[in-house]
Design a protein around this ligand. Structure first.
Ligand code: ADP
Ligand code: MG
Length: 286
């Protein structure tokens, strides 16, 4: 059963960054194979919401993220950001833009630039800010994100947790409306992940930017998200939407609460069913 659009409790204090995905279909057609990846997917994400997307490998999650980011076209349907059409019938592909930033993980920082230079670089290059202004903003944002003292270090000189913070702060320099994450922590062990989650939430609590976050990790999904969208096996569309009614700000103590367990159980059941269908259909890692 689908939950209604986000409730007030599922929104951050933001007025920008609402995504409306309406009846989106995506068919890839290599050698006329017609692979349908997204099937009439409709989903409203509120401004300032952390929306977690889970679903079997190969179901079409990345395809949807790429359509929002403007990396791929859609076959039909519409995607809006704050009521403005990003892509639709006469414009199958959204323009990528600084209002929607994909936070690439691992290796996306220039190793030969300091953390501060990395954070300030993009906006100066794009001519959006003068160097002095960019550096001032970068310093302030780094301080807010707990990165004071690392400004003049190179990315390779700080821990992976701090590097991830630098990556997110760099994305936030553009004042994006939406951050898009595609399984950013999939290769990490659970202890490192918990540090990443804390860092992400700390930064989120200061910025309330809308977050579209794909993950395989159900604990991560429930811990971070206001809502959890469980996708069907390919072609994907929301199968179930769970409101994670655990108040933010959250810390790791919520993992041991009965409500967290309940939500985990519900999610596992819904995801498992789709994973089995997907397995039976012969899908592999996507
Ligand atoms: N560029 C492409 N050309 C053809 N098929 C693709 C392309 N990208 C993805 N697919 C197919 O679309 C389906 C969904 O892929 P994807 O969106 O990457 O899934 P997920 O991110 O959920 O694992 C898969 O069957 C995949 O093989
Ligand atoms: Mg993917």
């Amino acid at each position: 059963m689908l939950a209604p659009t986000p409730t007030a409790s599922a929104r951050g204090a933001r007025t920008q960054g609402a995504i409306c995905i309406k009846d989106v279909v995506k068919v890839y057609d290599p050698d006329r194979a017609a692979i349908m990846a997204v099937d009439h997917c409709t989903l409203d994400i509120a401004a300032g919401e952390i929306c977690m997307i889970v679903g079997p490998s190969g179901c079409g999650k990345t395809t949807l993220l790429n359509a929002i980011a403007g990396f791929h076209s859609i076959t039909s349907g519409e995607i809006y950001l704050d009521g403005e059409l990003l892509c639709g019938p006469d414009k199958p592909m959204a323009n990528p833009g600084p209002d929607r930033i994909v936070v690439f993980q691992n290796g996306a920082l220039f190793p030969w630039k300091t953390n501060l230079e990395n954070v300030a670089f993009g906006v100066v290059m794009q001519g959006k800010m003068r160097k002095k202004e960019a550096y001032e903003k970068a310093r302030a944002m780094m301080a807010d994100a707990g990165l004071s003292g690392t400004e003049h270090n190179y990315p390779g000189e700080v821990s992976s947790g701090l590097r991830r913070r630098v990556e997110i702060v760099r994305a936030l320099m553009n004042d994006p409306k939406v951050l898009l994450f595609d399984e950013p922590y999939r290769a990490l062990d659970s202890l490192t992940k918990s540090v990443m989650h804390e860092a992400l939430l700390e930064i989120y609590y200061k910025n309330n930017v809308t977050i579209f976050f794909i993950t395989h990790d159900l604990e991560e999904a429930i811990f971070l998200g206001h809502r959890l969208v469980i996708m069907t096996s390919r072609p994907c569309r929301p199968k179930q939407i769970l409101d994670v009614d655990i108040p933010h700000p959250r810390d790791y103590s919520v993992l041991t609460t009965p409500r967290f367990r309940e939500l985990m159980d519900q999610t596992i059941e819904a995801v498992h069913e789709e994973a089995r269908k997907s397995f039976e259909a012969g899908e592999r890692e996507g």
